[in-house]
Design a protein around this ligand. Structure first.
Ligand SMILES: *Cc1c(COP(=O)(O)O)cnc(C)c1O
Length: 343
């Protein structure tokens, strides 16, 4: 089974639109961080199971149950609050118990695992355990394999305690590619759904992935300036000779990292240019020399490397980050347009 992860506005791709496409495509579950995202999915008409795993300290779970959201449970405290919501609403919550196998984020500690299982058993039919899950650190193969072992041990403890469940799920995109032995009954796939290399190593095509997001703008103005003309704040670039400057109305308000100034390349009318000057809040300038560039020409900030465009990985690498952050932060004045019918 596949849980399609659509948290963080589907990694910047637009949660509702992506969720509907995934539901139509037959994914089994949708994964979100919190209950609010899950409620948004339900309010948009999503019918398939939705799992939320990251809860506010004061989350009361009543609306989660009313909206049929399955819950990741990491502690006795969360279990108590879900049990209370169950009593209030008369709804039997569907739970996925989370064991921390080493990542150190949420999930029950190994110490508290058996007490948590016993607390679940004590609730009898008031709650239903659907699954047991955990999350890898992706530090290296050795650490991940150790987590897989600890996961198997925790599952065994649950079975021996008499807890019944159908699903074990551990791996996200990277772990699902690296450890086929750890797919269990379900995998939780986020970044790879969007066609991105989960290792941020520019190998999307090697994995058969096609990046779904292309960040496109248009040159808003071109002008000829003389030699030694400063360009944008702090004059990180000065023109070497008479040249053309192309102004592109995208900045860090749109999610283009300011840190990419002087490093990132963009594709303008099919040609690669470096952004030599400072990226501002809502615009950047490219010195295009004597290239045949005019106002209205298409500018690809990143997209599918196979088209000659820089990839999200390329942009990420010059900003010391990962492709996840690049696509997730895209917003501002960008308008999302969806192209149907691509694989
Ligand atoms: C975000 C997340 C995922 C998906 O991760 P990807 O690396 O994008 O596939 C899976 N499981 C959990 C618990 C997550 O937080």
């Amino acid at each position: 089974m596949v849980c399609g992860v659509v948290k963080a506005n589907a990694y910047g791709h637009g949660m509702i639109r992506v969720a509907k496409a995934l539901e139509l495509a037959g994914v089994d579950y949708l994964g979100v961080a919190d209950v609010r995202e899950g409620i948004e999915l339900r309010e948009s008409g999503i019918q398939i199971p939705v799992l939320a795993w990251l809860h506010d300290a004061e989350e009361d779970f009543v609306s989660a149950l009313n909206h049929k959201i399955e819950l990741g449970i990491s502690s006795k405290n969360q279990l108590d609050r879900v049990a209370k919501a169950a009593a209030l609403t008369g709804i039997v919550p569907k739970l996925h118990l989370k064991i921390d196998t080493g990542l150190g984020r949420n999930g029950s500690t190994e110490d508290q695992w058996l007490p948590l299982l016993n607390a679940v058993l004590a609730l009898g039919g008031a709650v239903e355990v659907v699954g047991i899950f955990s999350h890898l650190s992706s530090t290296n193969r050795e650490e991940d394999l150790a987590q897989i072992e600890r996961f198997d041990a925790a599952v065994l403890v649950a079975k021996q305690a008499g807890v019944n469940f159908r699903l074990r799920h551990l791996t996200a995109s990277d772990g699902s590619l690296s450890y086929p032995q750890a797919h269990y009954e379900m995998v939780r796939i986020g970044v790879a759904l969007y066609g991105l290399d989960p290792f941020s190593t520019n190998r999307a095509a090697e994995f058969g992935l096609i990046p779904a997001m292309t960040a496109i703008s248009k040159v808003s103005q071109v002008k000829v300036v003389p030699a030694n003309h400063g360009v944008s704040y702090n004059y990180l670039h000065r023109t070497a000779a008479q040249t053309k400057l192309a102004l592109i109305p995208v900045g860090y308000a749109e999610g283009l990292p300011r840190a990419a100034s002087t490093f990132a390349e963009v594709l303008i009318a099919g040609k690669r240019f470096k952004i030599q000057s400072q990226i501002a809040m809502d615009q950047f300038v490219v010195d295009v020399g004597d290239a045949d560039i005019a106002a209205g020409d298409e500018v690809v900030i990143f997209g599918d490397a196979n088209t000659g465009a820089p990839s999200a990985d390329d942009l990420a690498s010059v900003c010391a980050t990962i492709n996840y952050e690049i696509v997730t932060r895209m917003g501002g004045r960008f308008v999302r347009e969806y192209v149907e019918g691509r694989a």
